[in-house]
Design a protein. Structure first.
Length: 277
């Protein structure tokens, strides 16, 4: 396979034939709208830096990660959660196609992610371990409990310790899984250290997102802004300058640890592009 991940992604956007009037269009709606592919880039870049030779073998895993992320965004936008009308510069799936379709598309992308990973060219042992890590970090022990806490405590102030717990699970867990999977692909030891690094990177990603919500225009962000007024965000807890200071401190800590673990170049480049503060 000799293609970029972007090309691979666009060629493998899920599709299903049926007589449903719009389900197939809805299935690819957010995926075709673009996105940073930060998580896929993180996993592929770290795997390469750690010594994985044929990065293309990891493309189905990167695709699966992006499908899980997309499903989480679709459900996060639903009226019962964040009630957002815009995502990646286009209408949210529920605004375009209705809530029932949005729920089912999210469910479909989540399960299809594991289908893609289960069929890739990696060894059986690696596939099973990758599926285990993704299921744990995207499931009740990771992203789901984070989202549940975020929704339950909207409008109720959390202290900094609980806020970190929330965002390390809601945002950090899937990002942590990406670095841990990269270590597995490259057959590296100390995989928990890679996961812990990813949790901090996810926290930095969230603080940066909180800053964007407080300072960017809707057009620049590609989604609703000033949307976190009643949310437990770092800007609301620490103030804008406090959040920026925390992000700067966290960035320095991450870059130092990443260098020790052999992923310093990948992490530094991605942070420079996507986590500027």
């Amino acid at each position: 396979m000799n293609m970029s991940f972007s090309d691979y992604f666009n060629e493998h956007i899920p599709s299903v034939e049926s007589f449903h009037p719009h389900f197939d269009e809805a299935l690819g709606w957010i995926l075709k709208a673009g996105g940073k592919h930060f998580r896929a880039q993180l996993m592929l870049s770290c795997a390469g830096e750690l010594g994985m030779k044929n990065i293309c073998d990891a493309y189905p895993v990167a695709l699966g990660i992006e499908l899980i992320h997309a499903y989480s965004l679709i459900h996060d936008d639903l009226p019962a959660m964040d009630n957002a009308d815009l995502r990646r510069g286009v209408e949210s799936v529920h605004k375009k196609f209705g809530q029932t379709t949005a729920i089912l598309v999210g469910d479909g992308l989540n399960t299809h992610a594991f289908y893609e990973i289960s069929r890739c060219e990696l060894s059986y042992k690696k596939r099973c371990k990758i599926i285990e890590i993704l299921a744990k970090n995207a499931g009740i022990k990771g992203m789901i409990i984070g989202q549940a806490i975020d929704c339950e405590f909207e409008g109720k102030n959390l202290n900094e310790k609980k806020l970190r717990f929330l965002h390390k699970h809601k945002t950090g867990a899937l990002i942590a899984a990406c670095i841990q999977i990269a270590a597995i692909l490259a057959e590296r030891k100390h995989k928990k250290e890679y996961h812990d690094l990813g949790l901090n990177l996810g926290l930095a990603f969230q603080i940066n997102d909180d800053i964007i919500d407080a300072t960017a225009s809707e057009q620049d962000a590609g989604k609703p802004v000033a949307h976190d007024i009643t949310k437990n965000s770092f800007v609301n807890l620490l103030g804008l300058e406090g959040a920026r200071s925390e992000l700067k401190s966290l960035r320095e800590k991450i870059i130092k640890k990443a260098a020790k673990l052999g992923v310093g170049v990948s992490i530094a480049e991605l942070m420079q592009t996507y986590i500027k503060g």
